[in-house]
Design a protein around this ligand. Structure first.
Ligand SMILES: Nc1ncnc2c1ncn2[C@@H]1O[C@H](COP(=O)(O)OP(=O)(O)O)[C@@H](O)[C@H]1O
Ligand SMILES: [Mg+2]
Length: 218
C-alpha cells in the first residue's frame, strides 16, 4: 500500500515560490484503480512524480508497504523502479528505432528475464495489438502507441502503474478503451493510479481523489 503523510513540494522560481503540493495525505490500497483529478496546475503531475520516486518531497512521509521511501538509497530506488512502480508517460516513450517487440522487451532486460515473440504476441493480443509486433512506432496511431506502452508495462510485471493523462491525446472511444485496459491490470494484481482532468474518465475508477491548489479536497 502507498501512504503519503503531509507531503509538501515547492518549486523555487526566480521571483517566486510555487507551492505545488501543500500537505497531501492519502492512501492508495493495493489492487485499486484510483483516479487523481483536478484543474490544470493543481499538482497532479508533481504528485505522480513523487509516487514514482522521480522527485522527492521537501517534507512529509512517503510509505510504500510500510517502508519509508524518503530514506531509500540509490540501490533501493533502482529496485523500486524495476519491480515496484512504473510510469506510463503521456508521450508513451516508445523508442522510435525499435519495433513493438523490441520496445516491449526493454524492461525485461533490466530484470534479467526473457520473452520470445510468441509470448509477447499473447500480451499484444490482450491489448488489441495482435500482429503489430514488427511495426515501428511511426507506423502506429496514437491509440496503438498507447496500447504498445501498456503492453510494455504489463510484461514489466511491476506492482504499481502510474498513468499521467493517458487519454489526453485520444478520442472518446480510445480513451474509454485505455481506461478499460488499465482496469484490466487489476486482474494481474496491479495497483493503478490514473491522473486525469476528465470527469467521465475519473468516474470509471474505484476511487477519485480531487486536488485543488496542492491540497486534497475530496
Ligand atoms: N518544474 C517546475 N518548475 C516550476 N514550477 C513547476 C514545475 N512543475 C510544475 N510547476 C508548477 O507547480 C504547479 C503544479 O504543477 P503540476 O503538478 O504540473 O500540475 P498539474 O499536473 O495538475 O497540471 C503549477 O503551478 C506549475 O506551474
Ligand atoms: Mg500534469
Amino acid at each position: 500500500m502507498i501512504k503519503l503523510v503531509d507531503i509538501c513540494r515547492t518549486y523555487h522560481l526566480k521571483n517566486q515560490d510555487v507551492k505545488a503540493l501543500d500537505g497531501i495525505s492519502l492512501e492508495i490500497p493495493d489492487g485499486s484503480l484510483t483516479a487523481i483529478t483536478g484543474h490544470s496546475g493543481c499538482g497532479k503531475t508533481t504528485l505522480l512524480n513523487i509516487i514514482a520516486g522521480y522527485d522527492r518531497p521537501d517534507s512529509g512521509l512517503y510509505l510504500y508497504d510500510g517502508r519509508l521511501v524518503n530514506d531509500y538509497d540509490e540501490r533501493q530506488m533502482t529496485d523500486f523502479y524495476r519491480h515496484e512502480v512504473s510510469m506510463i508517460f503521456q508521450e508513451f516513450h516508445l523508442l522510435p528505432y525499435l519495433n513493438v517487440y523490441e520496445n516491449i522487451r526493454l524492461p525485461l532486460h533490466y530484470q534479467k528475464r526473457r520473452m520470445n515473440n510468441k509470448e509477447i504476441d499473447a500480451v499484444l493480443g490482450q491489448v488489441g495489438l495482435r500482429g503489430y509486433g514488427r511495426f515501428c512506432p511511426h507506423q502506429l496511431s496514437g491509440g496503438q502507441k498507447q496500447r504498445a506502452a501498456l503492453a510494455r508495462t504489463l510484461v514489466g510485471e511491476v506492482r504499481v502503474v502510474l498513468a499521467d493523462e493517458p487519454t489526453g491525446a485520444l478520442d472518446r472511444e480510445n480513451a474509454y478503451n485505455i481506461v478499460k485496459l488499465l482496469k484490466g491490470m487489476k486482474e494481474y494484481g496491479m495497483t493503478v493510479v490514473l491522473v486525469t482532468h476528465d470527469e467521465d474518465i475519473a468516474m470509471m475508477a474505484d476511487r477519485i481523489i480531487t486536488l485543488e491548489n496542492g491540497h486534497v479536497v475530496s
